[in-house]
Design a protein. Structure first.
Length: 98
């Protein structure tokens, strides 16, 4: 799958069923569907899920919780904007999976 497919899918009402749970969570995050994105991310029990979870708590403004999840993911809270981090997150899954 290419990132263009991800971007094109954003015009749909739900993410494609063949997307990984990580991409489904990021799809909802990109559409500002925080609850849906968080619900998916909190069930991903690996470093990628923890990173998405951390980002979502950063979006929420709960920096203490975000810091916890960044530590679980092995990452530090970034100093970039939320929109920049979201783009890095999305891109990282395409670099990893292509």
């Amino acid at each position: 799958m290419k990132i263009k497919e991800f971007e094109k899918s954003l015009s749909e009402s739900s993410p494609p069923s063949h997307f990984s749970e990580e991409l489904k969570s990021l799809w909802h995050a990109k559409k500002d569907h925080w609850e849906e994105a968080h619900s998916i991310a909190q069930d991903i029990d690996n470093a990628n899920g923890y990173w998405i979870h951390a980002y979502l708590h950063r979006v929420e403004g709960d920096l203490g919780n975000a810091n916890y999840w960044y530590r679980q993911s092995g990452k530090a809270m970034p100093s970039v904007s939320l929109s920049e981090e979201l783009e890095v997150l999305i891109q990282s899954f395409f670099n990893e999976n292509e």
